[in-house]
Design a protein around this ligand. Structure first.
Ligand SMILES: C[S@@+](CC[C@H](N)C(=O)[O-])C[C@H]1O[C@@H](n2cnc3c(N)ncnc32)[C@H](O)[C@@H]1O
Length: 213
């Protein structure tokens, strides 16, 4: 059963998702700029749990020479930096609704031109089906109602080029609810799901492949 703070969290973001997508994106941008008023609000760079989650996520990837990578909901670019180190040849794009988070991400991961950070909303960002690897971690629970989760899942699927891989990471068991919108995408095949229960905050990593058109 969901705890009281979880219920409040869900209710708040569901209420925001009553707005049209443009309005929802605008309010989320303001909200997450405020949330990032101090650096690294989730301690993504320093918390052992977050580091272990990032390590486990990278370990789940099918072994391939990924060349074009996107991370949606990249915050201050901590995981983006890990991607840049793991794939030194790749072009990497980090997307987030918070301009304040992105400004810090640009400082954290300069990347010499091959790493870019752009402001975008998962509901509206069009990736042009050009990525061979896409990530969305700890972000879907901000989208609220079913229709927004469905739309976000369509948009995530549309980021992938032929043979592309999409990875979603969220707390378990909530991930079962969030990732089922990805499971329902006809353009995606679930290749793998790992539920990591070793920590007091279990999480699931779901890996999807783009189905041939
Ligand atoms: C908890 S952080 C996740 C950071 C990173 N993915 C990780 O797991 O290390 C969530 C991020 O999602 C961003 N976000 C929330 N709603 C979004 C949306 N609709 N589109 C894009 N980014 C969004 C927030 O600004 C925040 O930086």
């Amino acid at each position: 059963m969901a705890s009281f703070p979880e219920v409040m969290h869900r209710t708040f973001f569901r209420t925001l998702s009553l707005l049209p997508p443009e309005g929802q994106g605008l309010v989320l941008g303001r909200y997450f700029d405020w949330w990032h008023r101090a650096p690294d609000p989730w301690r993504l760079a320093t918390d052992d749990y977050e580091r272990e989650k990032h390590r486990a996520t990278l370990a789940c990837l099918p072994l391939r020479p990924y060349r074009r990578i996107i991370e949606v909901g990249c915050s201050e670019g901590v995981f983006t930096g890990a991607l840049a180190a793991a794939y030194p040849e790749a072009e990497i794009v980090g997307v987030d609704v918070s301009e304040r988070a992105l400004a810090r991400a640009r400082e954290r991961v300069p990347g010499g031109g091959r790493v870019r950070f752009v402001r975008g909303d998962i509901l509206r960002h069009r990736g042009g089906r050009s990525f061979d690897l896409a990530f969305c971690a700890e972000t879907l629970y901000y989208l609220g109602r079913h229709d927004r989760l469905r739309l976000a899942s369509v948009r995530l699927g549309q980021l992938l080029g032929p043979g592309g891989v999409l990875v979603a990471v969220h707390p378990w068991p909530e991930a079962a609810r969030l990732h089922r919108y990805l499971d329902a995408q006809r353009a995606l095949d679930r290749l793998d799901e790992r539920v990591c229960t070793a920590s007091p905050r279990p999480f699931a990593i779901s890996v999807y492949g783009a189905r041939p058109a």
